[in-house]
Ligand binder design. Sequence first.
Ligand code: C5P
Length: 233
Amino acid sequence: MAAPIAVAIDAPDIDTAARWASEVAPHVSTVKVGLELYLRYGPEVVGTLRGGNKTSVFLDLKLHDIPATVAGAARSLARFKPSILTVHAAGGREMISAAVEAAPQTTIAAVTILTSLDDAALADIGISGPSGDAARRLAVLAVESGARALVCSPHEVASLRAEVGPDVTLITPGVRPLGADHGDQARVATPEAAYEAGADLLVIGRPITRAPDPGAAAASIAAALRRVQAASA
Ligand code: C5P
């Protein structure tokens, strides 16, 4: 079975993106398209990356605008059938419910706090206190507004799970295998630790796509997750 990994296909061009997507497709459930590719190639990129594969496409556009605009955007995207679409929880209750109503076939995932922001960076933008508190507050608000998934740091998974219950899908970027370059991610965890903490879908980009063989890198992380699943079964 494909591992619960969403490979972040943050590629500079569509050919590279399609190649990465097809190389990882046998090993992972999902590929994630972000702003870089979407803004360059438009929504057709969803179909290109899905290709002939069964892979789900996660559209990570982090929408954040007034409710009517976000609803319109989510409606426009719905016909491309992304499995997941992200919005910023900081957009507020009305904006989140507008997205949920506009794209009923898509899981709306609310981004709590970007994993690139540490406590000092959060204080700079006026979010004081530990990042975990802000993430918990935004998570509850998003779920109350109809979001069925949350994007959060691996370090917040356990506390958010306690807050929102078992039915909400927890999606975690900031995942780095031991020894991998952290890049710009401030709060990281290994794939095994994120999974054991209760994450449902791990977002992993550069450790897979920038590996010499992306397919092999995806397969090796998928195997590590299977070992954790077997050990806990
Ligand atoms: O390459 P890397 O594994 O850092 O990729 C992580 C992906 O997850 C990127 O596409 C990034 O935009 C996305 N992401 C994130 N933090 C969030 C939400 C999404 O890093 N809170």
